[in-house]
Design a protein around this ligand. Sequence first.
Ligand code: KG4
Ligand code: ZN
Length: 404
Amino acid sequence: MRILAIETSCDETAIAIAEFSGSQKNPKIKILSNIVSSQVKLHAHYGGVVPNLAKREHQRNLVPILMKALKESGISKKYSSSPSKLPRINSIEKIQKESSRQARTIKTIGQILERESELLKHVEKKILPLKVSAIDAIAVTYGPGLAPALWVGVNFAKALSYLWKKPLIPVNHMAGHLYSAFLQKNKAESYQLLVTSYPALALLVSGGHTELVLMKSHGNFKVVGETLDDAAGEAFDKVARILGFSYPGGPLISALTEMKFKDLKFKVTLPRPMINTKDSNFSFSGLKTAVLYLWRDIKHTQSAKIAVAKEFQDAVVEVLVRKTIDAAKKYKIKTILLGGGVSANSLLRKNLLQSIEKEMPETGYLLPVTSMTGDNALMIVLAAFFAGKKMAWNKVGADANLRL
Ligand code: KG4
Ligand code: ZN
């Protein structure tokens, strides 16, 4: 089973191809290609992701990345790169039949990519002449995310599905983040898929979402808690901006707090919102506002900046860890999973581990390798393999507000 996946929900254009063997209970994975092209520098100028710029970049990037992924994956030998030859023509009827087949194909591709005219040009030039048979299914992120960005990936996947006559597997981006924790590096530095004991609980923390997801089996997800306002990553980015850092500020706050500074005299205390509520929900907007007012009223020394960044990160991590452990106890969880951009945060990774070891030592803990914490298409391949449903290309559309 070979799956090619496309991810364009936000500001990364990503394509991955992987091959699975063995049973679904004990699968083996071979990663053939995993390419992520980030637009982060472009959006940094505007202090956040600009949806229409993201759309334009995805249109430019997708075809070159696909060509590279096919080449890298070694399946390039299995497709013919020469323009598809006309069948041996020995009658005028055959010529007419073939020419109307080609016209139909071009017309349908034009309709699918009607709103992505730049991508259409690349597809006509580079993809139409290809014949790809060594792929079994095409997976694509269809939500949640930025609508214009999502549609580029979805329409591109639909065009490929139609052209190559392969089924399409629509994947929820958050399911992708969840499954990223299943992929682990083994001692030989190659990747293996770990089998999880259920029920599992996933803490998914990204720029757009913060949720606790109860998972009873593959594809069986229930959101048991979520943020009532800002997502954790969003709070990191907003606080970083208040402190004068560029977008995205999460990694910068995290890097700053890891540096060693001598004699930090400044002391500051911030709230831990909703840490003691009985539900599993979160709220980070008040914490961000607390930083805003605090920063307005104090002198902007280096020591103050570091102290505020550290205390903010401590507050977010403490709430995330406490609520995850409480929910894990409530639902008698056997494995805790971590995923999403904020799962790159080393304090979160470490503190969650420590709390699990201390309070629930029998519980498993799976977290993604750091190269898989941000948006990528390999996680979409995994979610498609474990929990995806094959569909006809004309039945799939993007859904910016999709829920798990
Ligand atoms: O999952 P992701 O790459 O994109 C979305 O689906 O939103 O998450 C991006 C978010 C950004 O808000 C970014 O600031 C945050 O993840 N992030 C971090 C760290 N690395 C990325 N937040 C805290 N610490 C980090 N090390
Ligand atoms: Zn994401």
